[in-house]
Structures are given as structure tokens and as C-alpha cells.
Design a protein around this ligand. Structure first.
Ligand code: FES
Ligand SMILES: [Fe+2]
Length: 368
């Protein structure tokens, strides 16, 4: 078995993920609000693959590999677009049903290939794809995650921020940094006035999991005390006053952040009035690089959820995601280098890092 450290550094392991992980799991592509109307489409890149999700003229959501069946040119370069796809190379055109619509000198050809479809589905206002015909349906795959997520009504939220930061770290390292709370008091001490890191609960629902983090109270390391029921009641009144429907949330959910980990590369940070999505994507060829996507949805009294901002691609060297995440990135860059040391024996994981251990157990099961 390959060492856990090598899973973050070796191109051999990266290839195993390309062949046995990304094509087998359900992956979050984007938001339903971006493909709500017929003709809308979006592109999604994961490692060496690029995919397209589109709402066809009949209103059916479809997904395809982003590759032209003529000679293999990438069909679509826009993140978000509208209408028929036209390959830049020889101008073959495809309807969003995936059917070849037109091509120059069509009578020169005997075959009429269409786009190669893949599975797609929506849940909680999010769009997902899976390249594996044998995988279970999305709802079954998500299992308890869906019941944890649904009360927040993400499908009614609007998009208020969407950024991608290229990182000098394997995708699993930025994931790990957000799958444990052990480092909160060490590298994010400023958070201890508003997070009780001593009262976090971690639950495994393999391959997924969650952490429930009390927010709005000081850490017991700082003399804070657990919130009483009056704080939940006050939150409920405040959010209702803003026109936000929190009727599905429990008293505990009103005063905590539920971090839902969806195997392999997704974290849904649920708050009563917003959803902060972290997605960690692999680089196409370098295991020591990755992409960190942060997508923020905010509850509002809007009748229809809307995209209120455009995607931003940050500069790998100068881009910032705020003091907290920047501190994580400094740490993971150092860990990326340390994992290659001959002197490193592999991670020594404690109870508060159990989601990291679980992820590796699942990877062992899937990839050996
Ligand atoms: S490769 Fe797309 S039209 Fe030729
Ligand atoms: Fe952190």
C-alpha cells in the first residue's frame, strides 16, 4: 500500500485518483440557478477532465464530456454560457440535447456522432455529475448529508461570492485543513472569541461526515460558556425579522456551523443565513498543486435566487481569501514540502482529526 504521505506527492497516486476516484464519485459542478432556464449551460473542470452541464430546449438538465466527437477539440471554454455549442476547430454545432445539429460539408461524412453523455442530477439547489454509470443515484450517494443540508434551504439562497485560488498544495491538504478543528486555537487564535473549539462534535457517516461547531460564543479555552436557549431564540427572531425562513432549523442549528464533508472533495459550511462551499480540485498534472474554490450563498428575502456576482480567478501568488484561510494556506504549503521529507513517517492523527483518517480509509478501499 502506498504511504499516506505519498498520496499527496506522487504522480502515481494522482493517476490512480484520475482513473478510480474522480470518474466514480458524484461531484459538485455548480448551482442550479446558473442552469435554471432552457439554453443555459456551464463548464466544470476536474483534473484532466472538462465537463458541460446544460438545460436543453425541452427543459431537461443534461451533462456531457466537454470534447468534440469530431477530432477531440475542447468544445466550450466559457464557464457560463447560453445556447448551442460550436466547436472552435471545424465549427461542428451541437444542440444542448447533445445531438449534432449542423457541420460544414456534412455530406463528406458517413457517421453522425453526438456528444458523450454523463449522469447529472440536482439536490438542494446544487448541480452534480457522475461519470460512472454503476454509481448509486445521487440521493443514495449523499445519504444523511442531504437530510442535514435540506433544512437550510440553500435552493432559495443567492450567490454572493465565487472565487478560485490556485494553490501550491495537493487538493487533499486544503481539504484536511477544513476537516479538523484542532488547529483553530493555534493558527487562528482570533476566532476563539466567536467559536467554541472545545465543544465541536465530529460524526462519521462514511464516506461522508460532519462537524458541528458552536459559533457566536467564546471558546472555553478563553473562559467562554456554552450558549443557553435564549441565544437560539434571539437568533430565530432576528433572522425571521430579515425575512429568512428558519422554521426547519433546530435551536442548535441556529447557533452553530455545520460543516458537512461530502467525499471526496467538498465541504458545505452551513449557517442559518448562508452556505459557504469549499471545493478542492486537483491539478491536471502536478500532485503538489491544486485549486481551492469558495462559493458563498446568502439567504435573502428575494423571491427568486440570483447570481449577484461573477466568478473571480485569484492570482496564485498574491490572491487572498482573508486572514483565516490565508493562514491555512501558509500551513498547507509547508506541509506539502514536509510530506516529501524522508524523515516524515506519515500523519499521526488524533480524535479531532477523525474525518481525515476516514477519508484515507475510503481512499484505501477505492484505490488500494
Ligand atoms: S474537432 Fe470539433 S469540429 Fe473538428
Ligand atoms: Fe483553518
Amino acid at each position: 500500500m502506498m504511504s499516506l504521505a505519498a498520496r499527496y506527492t506522487s504522480t502515481d497516486w494522482m493517476r490512480r485518483e484520475q482513473e478510480g476516484l474522480w470518474p466514480r464519485a458524484w461531484l459538485l459542478v455548480g448551482l442550479s440557478l446558473d442552469v435554471a432556464r432552457p439554453g443555459q449551460r456551464m463548464r466544470f473542470d476536474i483534473g484532466t477532465e472538462s465537463l458541460i452541464v446544460a438545460r436543453d430546449a425541452a427543459g431537461v438538465l443534461r451533462a456531457f464530456f466537454n470534447v468534440c466527437p469530431h477530432r477531440g477539440h475542447r468544445l466550450c471554454s466559457e464557464r457560463l454560457g447560453h445556447g448551442r455549442l460550436r466547436c472552435p476547430y471545424h465549427h461542428w454545432q451541437f444542440a444542448l440535447s447533445g445531438k449534432l445539429h449542423a457541420r460544414p460539408d456534412s455530406d463528406h461524412f458517413t457517421a453522425r456522432p453526438d456528444l458523450t453523455p454523463i449522469r447529472c442530477a440536482e439536490a438542494a439547489g446544487l448541480v452534480w455529475v457522475c461519470m460512472d454509470a454503476q454509481a448509486p443515484p445521487l440521493v443514495e450517494w449523499l445519504g444523511p448529508v442531504l437530510s442535514w443540508l435540506l433544512p437550510y434551504q440553500a435552493e432559495a439562497m443567492s450567490l454572493t461570492d465565487e472565487v478560485t485560488l490556485p494553490t501550491a498544495a495537493n487538493w487533499k491538504l486544503t481539504l484536511d485543513a477544513n476537516n479538523e478543528h484542532y488547529h483553530l486555537h493555534t493558527i487562528h487564535p482570533q476566532l476563539l472569541d466567536m467559536i467554541d473549539d472545545t465543544a465541536v462534535t465530529t460524526e462519521r457517516a462514511s464516506p461522508h461526515g460532519r462537524m458541528c461547531v458552536p459559533v457566536g460564543v467564546a471558546s472555553q479555552r478563553r473562559g467562554g460558556e456554552p450558549a443557553g436557549p435564549e441565544r437560539s431564540a434571539a437568533q430565530r427572531i432576528r433572522l425571521k425579522g430579515q425575512g429568512i425562513d428558519v422554521s426547519g432549523l433546530s435551536d442548535a442549528q441556529l447557533v452553530e456551523n455545520q460543516m458537512l464533508y461530502v467525499f471526496p472533495n467538498l465541504q458545505l459550511n452551513c449557517y442559518p443565513d448562508r452556505l459557504q462551499i469549499f471545493r478542492h480540485r486537483p491539478h491536471a498534472s502536478d500532485p503538489a498543486r491544486g485549486y481551492f474554490d469558495r462559493i458563498v450563498l446568502t439567504a435573502s428575502a428575494d423571491a427568486v435566487p440570483r447570481r449577484k456576482t461573477r466568478h473571480r480567478l485569484l492570482d496564485a501568488k498574491t490572491g487572498s481569501l482573508g486572514a483565516v484561510i490565508d493562514a491555512d494556506l501558509v500551513a498547507v504549503r509547508s506541509v506539502q514540502r514536509g510530506l516529501s521529507s524522508r524523515g516524515f513517517q506519515g500523519p499521526c492523527l488524533g480524535a479531532s482529526e477523525s474525518l481525515i483518517a476516514m477519508m484515507h480509509d475510503v481512499l484505501t478501499e477505492w484505490l488500494g
